[in-house]
Design a protein around this ligand. Sequence first.
Ligand SMILES: [Zn+2]
Length: 373
Amino acid sequence: MSVATAEMALTEDARQERQLIGAKAVALGRTVSVDRVRVPVNGTIVDIEIPTVDTVDHAKLGRPVDNRYASSKAMVMNRLKMTGWASATVISCLPIPLTSDSTMEPLRKARVPAVADGEEYSSLTFTNPHLEHSQIGPDAPLACYDFQPIQLATEFQRVYAPHGGVFAFIGTPDDVKNPNWPHRADWEAAKAKAVKWMEQMHREAQSYADQKVFYAIREPHRASVRRLHERGHLKTMPEWLEQKNDTATVYPVCPKCQKRADSPHAVECMACHYILDPQGAYEIQAIDESHAALERLTRATVTEMGISAYVAETIDEKAARLAAGVPKPMSLSAMRLREQMEEVNQSDRAEAAEAIAKAVAKASTPKAPKATQ
Ligand SMILES: [Zn+2]
C-alpha cells in the first residue's frame, strides 16, 4: 500500500487525531535549552554543551508508554546530564570509503569518506551519544542503553583493524594538527599498517595483471596503488592501472556456431556446448580428463595439468602425425581401459561358453519321468 493510499484509507477521526498529535509534537519541539558544563577529557577540563531535552515525550502525545522503559531512559538521560559527553572522531588514511557492519541506527548510516589526494586523513565526527532500547532476554523489560560518541567512533577502528589506517579518539579532526595531540604514536602505527595493506593490494593486483585477469583488479586495488604513488611509497605507476575493464575483456566467439558468449570467462558455448576453454572447463570440472576438447591443448599444458596420460594427441603433435600418415594414437589410459575391457570380454565369453555348455548338457539329458499321483 502506498503512502497516498494509506492516507485515503484514514477515517476522519484518525485524520483529526493525527493532526492533533502532529501539532502537539511541533509544540513540544525537539531542541529546548543548552546547558554548558565542564567535564574532564583526556586529563584536561573542557566546556561541553548539552541539549537538556531532545526527545519526543510520547506520554504527552497521548501514546501508550512502557513505564519501565520510560524510567530506564530517564535514568540514562539524568546520568548523561550529570557526566556530560564528548565528541569523538574517527580518522582514516585508507583510499576507500568506510562503512560499519553495525545494525545500530547511527552506525548503519555513518560513512567515513576515502582520504582525498594531498590530505593526511579523512574524518567523521560523532557529536551526540546514541540511546538504544534493548531487551536482555525475552521476558526482560525493555531498557535504555547509551552509547558514547567514542564507542560509535571506535566501531570503525574495530571493523578496519585488519587494514590499519583507521583511528578513533575523543576530540575533533583539528586535534590531529595540535603538536600536543596525545595519540600521535598510535596514529603513526595505524598509518604504517595501512601502507602494508596497500602494498599487499598492489602485489595482488600485479599478480592478476601478470596472469592477464584484469577483471579481478578492483577499485580498492587501483585506489591503493594511486595512494602509494601519491604518498611516495611507489616510484612509478604500473601500466595496467588506467586500463579499463571493458578494453581488457574479450567475449569469446564460438568457432563452431559463431555465437558470442555471455561472459568473457565462459568455458563452454551455451548454444552448441562446444568447449571454448578446455583447460578452464577441466579446472571447474565441466569436462573430465577423457574429453576430446583437451586435444586442443599442447602437450606441455596437459602435462602441467597432470592429465598427459589421458590425452592421446595434443594440438602440437597432430600436424606431425598427419604428415607421417600414421593413424591417431590412443592415450595410455585408453589403452589400459581397452585391456581391461578385453579381459572382461574374455571372461564374459568364457562364462557364456560355460553357460551354453551347461544348457546343452541339460537339454540332451532325458527328462526324469513325472512322479505319479
Ligand atoms: Zn557454439
